[in-house]
Design a protein. Structure first.
Length: 639
């Protein structure tokens, strides 16, 4: 087995070295398993009558067709049982706007699937509802009961705009504009299908829209938000001057967060909403701001399946940091050319100016990293700790590395939440009033609370890279938060990965890194949970369904990525390899590099039940890291 593990490590290392880019980065695809970004782009191009993008539309439509299942539906993860109503409607809308006839066999099959799933009234994705409204199928704004006045409310009010998470705000700002302007878009060459009507058409009478507006007051009268009822009611009859001020505030908010490539916060979904919002405000479709946004979106396109996919964003910084660290764990030193080049790339991507995160972390100086190579104003905790692991060995080799590492560490400490944990993008962004908003899934979509995966990975960096232990008070607070967050079965929920294996891996490796004893009852309980869910073949596999039901759901087969996470977790809390460790390591060594579902299952998570992603890099660097850690810790103990 030892020879097999060595061969596996060498194979993974060689592949990564071969695939490094000249600038030192690694650039792999970041593929959404659903249809959202592809579909929304196609519909946007069609509704706005934008020319010159026919090839991109054709390639996106090719992927959309290729991902339709035999029962006519589209799914957001492969083993989703009945199909996904939002993804299926998005697929149908996109193909209609790409020129497919509703009488084509695959379209008839899709419409039957929509009917089988309960029709458009069953849609619960806010993005899909906006797409239906923009295309004329749904009236404004009953499904989005938040008035534009939210942007003008002071921070002393029970609810204000910055109570929402940063990733929610950059979507909400254009949504608020659209909800106020109620734009009407229609391509006369695209048929309107009755099967897609979720309510009255956008072109319904004004009385229907007035009734929708009046419903704001009813929505906002729930729970503690009744204090906003008067604001919402008054907004309906607010002076035009006040409404214009709110529109101007939204427009400024959006424009201030446009990245150099023209995208909004480097997200495809928010950029598409921005384009629609700007058109509704009177921008011409030939305006340079609109054209730059579309060009930026085109830059997110990658080949996938039977065509092209519009990535939600790019993952170059994340991939580069993780891969550099995995290569270092496998034995490459800081002066190795690949590590040095990756370090220079990452040092050039460190943020040097404050963003929205500074509103609640006023004592933290800029020093974080973002997910995308485009991102310059929206750093996050996970990318920062990943980059810090990668650049730490460069101290003394690259002069700026030490200063950059110190700045990053200080920023990380400054972003710790009051409860002891870490969220993703902002500090203390989990206001309890958000849960009362009348939007489905609003807490997951619009808050940024402490979570086990980010807290555990922060501790892993602090302990294994920065050399800090649980003797420090701020580390103790994070440890206590993790123990409190553990579930009754011994697992932890991971918010940004699938799902309980991910969270449990992050928590265990983090706790071990800062010196928590391996025989701690919580750690023993988590280990037992991992032993209990190991598959007969030695691997691990968890379904995205875990993220919806909020309890562990086995996949029915092992995956490379989740097996690597479980192996790394078990390695971190054992002094010697047990049977579970050797079986998991053997499974990875036997199956690494094989295509198909072993590597392709989506293990990235963003929005429960709606958005899951497959990182092309994950089946390469996670098994490398897990095997390298096991080799370094256990050495000759392996048979």
């Amino acid at each position: 087995m030892k020879e097999q593990l060595e061969a596996c490590i060498a194979s993974l290392v060689n592949r990564l070295l071969d695939e490094q880019q000249p600038d030192g980065s690694w650039r792999y695809r970041f593929v959404e398993s659903g249809m959202m970004t592809d579909s929304h782009f196609v519909v946007m191009i069609s509704l706005l009558g934008i020319t010159g993008r026919e090839n991109e539309v054709r390639m996106l439509a090719g992927r959309i067709r290729g991902r339709q299942d035999k029962d006519g539906a589209w799914r957001v993860y492969p083993d989703e049982s009945d199909g996904h109503i939002s993804a299926t409607i998005e697929g149908v809308l996109a193909l209609l706007h790409a020129g497919d006839s509703p009488e084509a066999p695959h379209m008839k099959l899709a419409l039957k699937a929509i009917e089988r799933m309960g029709g458009a009234k069953r849609v619960n994705s806010l993005m899909t509802k906006f797409l239906l409204a923009l295309a004329g199928y749904k009236s404004w704004p009953a499904f989005f009961p938040i008035p534009l006045v939210l942007l003008l409310l002071p921070k002393s009010s029970p609810l204000h705009f910055f109570h929402f998470s940063g990733y929610a705000r950059v979507h909400m700002a254009p949504m608020l504009v659209l909800g106020e302007r109620k734009p009407r878009f229609h391509n006369p060459h695209v048929p309107i299908l009755e099967e897609l009507e979720g309510s009255r058409w956008l072109f319904a009478s004004s009385s229907a829209n007035e009734a929708s507006e009046a419903s704001w007051s009813d929505h906002l009268s729930r729970g503690p938000l009744d204090m906003l009822q008067e604001w919402a009611s008054a907004w309906i009859h607010a002076p035009k001057l006040l409404k214009q001020r709110a529109l101007d505030t939204a427009e400024s908010y959006i424009r201030d967060r446009i990245e150099a490539d023209g995208t909004l916060y480097s997200y495809a979904s928010s950029t598409i909403l921005m384009v629609f919002a700007f058109i509704s405000l009177g921008y011409d479709k030939e305006d340079p701001l609109i054209q730059r946004a579309i060009d930026g979106l085109i830059g997110f396109l990658v080949p996938d399946g039977d065509g092209s996919h519009l990535q939600t964003t790019t993952s170059a910084v994340w991939d580069t940091a993780l891969i550099s660290h995995a290569l270092q764990a496998s034995g490459l030193r800081g002066d190795h050319p690949a590590i040095a080049k990756a370090g220079r790339y990452l040092l050039g991507r460190q943020h040097d100016k404050p963003g929205d995160w500074a509103l609640e972390a006023e004592h933290a100086e800029p020093g974080g990293w973002g997910f995308s190579h485009i991102n310059s104003i929206n750093p996050d905790v996970d990318d920062t700790t990943a980059a810090l692991r990668a650049i730490e060995p460069l101290r003394g080799i690259q002069p700026e590395a030490g200063n950059a590492a110190d700045r990053g560490l200080n920023w990380l400490i400054g972003m710790q939440n009051s409860d002891g944990g870490w969220g993703a993008f902002e500090r203390n962004n989990h206001h309890p009033v958000i849960q009362w908003m009348p939007l489905e899934g609003v807490e997951a979509a619009a808050t940024d609370p402490s979570c086990a995966d980010l807290t555990g990975r922060a501790l892993d960096y602090l302990g294994n890279t920065a050399g800090l232990t649980n003797r420090l008070s701020f580390v103790q607070r994070a440890v206590h938060w993790l123990y409190k967050d553990q579930r009754n079965d011994g697992s932890w929920y991971g918010r940004w990965g699938v799902c309980f294996i991910y969270g449990t891996w992050a928590a265990l490796t983090g706790l071990a890194a800062v010196g928590e004893p391996h025989d701690h009852p919580a750690i023993r309980k988590a280990v037992q949970w991992l032993l209990d869910i190991q598959r007969p073949d030695g691997g691990y596999g968890e379904s995205c369904a875990s993220d919806i039901g909020m309890h562990y759901a086995p996949l029915g087969r092992s995956t490379i990525v989740q097996t690597a996470w479980a192996l790394d977790a078990l390695t971190a809390v054992h002094a010697k390899p047990n049977e579970a460790i050797t079986r998991a390591a053997d499974w990875i060594a036997t199956h690494h590099g094989q295509p198909s579902a072993l590597a392709d299952y989506p293990t990235g998570a963003a929005l429960p039940g709606h958005v899951y992603s497959r990182y092309e890099s994950y089946p390469i660097h996670w098994p490398l890291l897990a095997l390298a850690h096991a080799r370094r810790k256990f050495g000759n103990f392996f048979p």
